[in-house]
Design a protein around this ligand. Structure first.
Ligand code: FES
Length: 113
C-alpha cells in the first residue's frame, strides 16, 4: 500500500497494490472528476505529479497517447508530470495536484438563507 497526497485540498488516499489512484479515490468515497469512469477516454481524472516520480508505475500505450494529447493542449504541462489517475499505479508514496478532488468527509458549504 502507498499513500497519495492530493493537493491543494491536502487530503491523503491509501492506494492498495494493484489498484489505480482513481479506484482508490472511489473506494474511499472521495470526489474525483470523471466522465468515462476509468476508461482512459475523458481525461477528466488527469493529475500533475508533484513529488515521488520514482514511485510511478509504467505508462501503457493507451495512456501515453492520451497524455500526449493533454500535454499538447495545456501550456506548462509536461509528459513527465502528467498522468491519468485511472491508469496510475504507484509503488510508493507520491504527491499529486488535482484541483477539483475532494476528500470523502469534505463538508459541502451550507446554503445561506
Ligand atoms: S476517468 Fe476518464 S480518463 Fe480517467
Amino acid at each position: 500500500m502507498a499513500v497519495v497526497r492530493v493537493d491543494p485540498a491536502g487530503f491523503e488516499l491509501a492506494v492498495r497494490d494493484g489498484e489505480t489512484l482513481f479506484e482508490a479515490a472511489l473506494r474511499e468515497g472521495a470526489r474525483w472528476p470523471t466522465i468515462c469512469y476509468g476508461q482512459a477516454r475523458c481525461t477528466a481524472c488527469v493529475v500533475r505529479v508533484l513529488d515521488g516520480h520514482q514511485h510511478l508505475g509504467p505508462i501503457g500505450d493507451e495512456e501515453r497517447d492520451v497524455l500526449r494529447q493533454i500535454t499538447n493542449r495545456r501550456r506548462g504541462w509536461s509528459v513527465r508530470d502528467t498522468r491519468l489517475a485511472c491508469r496510475l499505479m504507484v509503488t510508493g508514496d507520491i504527491t499529486v495536484e488535482k484541483r477539483a478532488a475532494r476528500p470523502a468527509a469534505a463538508e459541502m458549504p451550507e446554503n445561506e438563507e
